[in-house]
Design a protein around this ligand. Structure first.
Ligand SMILES: NC(=O)c1ccc[n+]([C@@H]2O[C@H](COP(=O)([O-])OP(=O)(O)OC[C@H]3O[C@@H](n4cnc5c(N)ncnc54)[C@H](O)[C@@H]3O)[C@@H](O)[C@H]2O)c1
Ligand SMILES: NCCCC=O
Length: 494
């Protein structure tokens, strides 16, 4: 498939094991191919009735699924993982067309997705409670039980991967799920839904409803929804938490960030530069955990900056479906304008554009209406500049000099966010000392933005709470039942 040729004619909701048109709607939305600016899909946002039908469908599947043993669930998840792996290139192509990220990256995202399903398939068979001996031969035990119908609400930067990170642990624990993708990226999650069905999941176990805020609200407010797992911005996260609190529903919030990356003068310079590139320019910089505040120890500031600028200028921008492209278009025109606006503001506040930061027009005429920009490195940055304080969610790196460890830690933590952080140093003691002080849910030592599914991912402070991936996520998709068994007579106090 080539850029400029893909359109979606099939229904984009998924309910009861098949694609369906929504039963009601609250307006229509268009989804774009960011590489060309073409509309690739028009769809109705699901209304209250459609949301309710999806919940009923999930409830019916939950009744079957919760009775299955962990090993039975595991087999279905493993089969789904196998199919994703087999269809990796096709899924990655759809992801690239709808999101704009390079095909090279999209393929890695799909790999992380099937690995996530495999990981939770591996845990499904060994989920268990504990047995506790009590006096007189009495005993207690705990049972780890599913929550019921869980809702996943996703952002647009990792559409297939976010749906996998939420659904794999949810289904492994015995829940059913309704997923609402971002209206900007409604397409690829349907492939996941079809794959779960093909792998043997009961119809209704994984459903998709399309829409924006209104549809999301219907989901959060539905009385039969037991949990909401949300990935998106802080302002929306607050609303989700508020809505969910009305029904005392547990929430997982995976929110934004403005993460620090600290580069000490004793680092391996080549790796530190690569790390800074990884921390800023994956998916056009539209990554929640990006290390966009790059603190560089003053002794190596010039050398580091020179090298990072050189490498940034070499990034191949263009048609994201070409194998050698490393940066595609941003998600849409308003977002592109917003990112460019941050750069204009940074200049006004005294930052210096060391490279990029302006529109990019690829030579290929079919890409002329796409949303491309040149990745940007900003020098002369100060901690109080907007570009250093706010999440830009675009390819913009701010470089900030520092002198001492104590000083940089103070500055790195001086933010309301706390998603990720990184440190580059050859001094192992310092690495661990710094990590111990960083207020962030995910810390990288001598690397950045790798996502092994075995490791928990999630934020501190306003970047959210709850975790995705890793063993601990089982806790967020299950509840513990305590059973107390009396082996003697009742000793009544009355
Ligand atoms: N921490 C993480 O794991 C992670 C991962 C990816 C993205 N993000 C964050 O996501 C943001 C970018 O994504 P976005 O622009 O799609 O975020 P967003 O908050 O605008 O939207 C996220 C999702 O919430 C839905 N939504 C919007 N208003 C809602 C409401 N009132 N009730 C229910 N649902 C509602 C949207 O339709 C979308 O599906 C960035 O801040 C980024 O850092 C975080
Ligand atoms: N690779 C996972 C990144 C999630 C945040 O946007």
């Amino acid at each position: 498939m080539s850029t400029g040729s893909f359109t979606v004619s099939q229904a984009l909701n998924y309910r009861g094991g098949k694609r369906v048109q929504p039963a009601d709607g609250s307006g229509t939305e268009e989804a774009y191919e960011p590489a060309t600016g073409r509309v690739i899909a028009t769809f109705q946002c699901s209304g209250e009735k459609e949301v309710d039908l999806a919940v009923q469908s999930a409830k019916a599947a939950f009744k079957i699924w919760r009775k299955k043993s962990g090993m039975e669930r595991s087999r279905i998840l493993l089969e789904a993982a196998r199919i994703i792996r087999e269809r990796r290139d096709e899924i990655a192509t759809v992801e690239t067309i709808n999101n704009g990220k390079s095909i090279f990256e999209a393929q890695l995202d799909i790999d992380i997705s099937w690995q996530c399903l495999e990981y939770y398939a591996g845990l499904a068979g060994s989920m268990a409670g504990e047995h506790v001996q009590l006096p007189g031969g009495s005993f207690g035990y705990t049972i780890r039980e599913p929550l019921g119908v869980c809702v996943g609400i996703g952002a647009w930067n990792y559409p297939f991967q976010i749906a996998s990170w939420k659904s794999a642990p949810a289904l492994a624990c015995g829940n059913a799920m309704i997923f609402k993708p971002s209206p900007f990226t409604p397409v690829s999650v349907l492939l996941l839904a079809e794959i779960y069905t093909e792998a043997g999941a009961p119809p209704g176990l994984f459903n998709v409803v399309q829409g924006g805020a209104a549809t999301g609200q219907f989901l959060c407010q539905h009385r039969d929804v037991a949990k909401v797992s949300f990935t998106g911005s802080v302002p929306t996260g607050k609303k989700i938490m508020e809505l969910s609190s009305q029904g005392i529903k547990p929430v997982t919030l995976e929110l934004g960030g403005k993460s620090p990356l600290i580069i000490f003068s004793d680092c391996d310079m080549e790796n530190a530069v690569k790390g800074a590139m990884m921390a800023n320019f994956l998916t056009q910089g539209e990554v929640c955990c990006n290390g966009t505040r790059v603190f560089v120890q003053r002794e190596i500031l010039d050398k580091f900056t020179e090298e990072v600028v050189k490498q940034t200028q070499k990034i191949k921008i263009g048609d994201p479906l070409l194998e050698d492209t490393r940066m595609g278009p941003l998600i849409n025109r308003p977002h592109l304008q917003r990112v460019l606006g941050f750069i204009e503001q940074a200049k006004k506040q005294g930052a210096k554009v060391l490279c990029g930061g302006d529109l990019y027009v690829p030579g290929d005429p079919k890409l002329k209406d796409g949303y491309y920009m040149k990745p940007c490195v900003l020098g002369n940055c100060k901690d109080d500049m907007t570009c250093v304080k706010e999440e830009i969610f675009g390819p913009v790196m701010s470089v900030l000099p520092f002198d001492t460890e104590a000083e940089v830690l103070e500055r790195a933590n001086d933010t309301t966010f706390g998603l990720a952080a990184g440190v580059f140093t050859r001094d192992i003691q310092r690495a661990h000392r710094v990590v111990a002080e960083l207020q962030a849910g995910v810390c990288y030592v001598n690397n950045y933005n790798v996502s092994p599914v075995e490791l928990p991912f999630g934020g501190y402070k306003m970047s959210g709470f709850g975790r995705e991936n890793g063993r601990v996520t089982i806790e967020y998709y299950s509840q513990l039942k305590t059973v107390c068994v009396e082996m003697g007579d009742v000793e009544s106090v009355f």
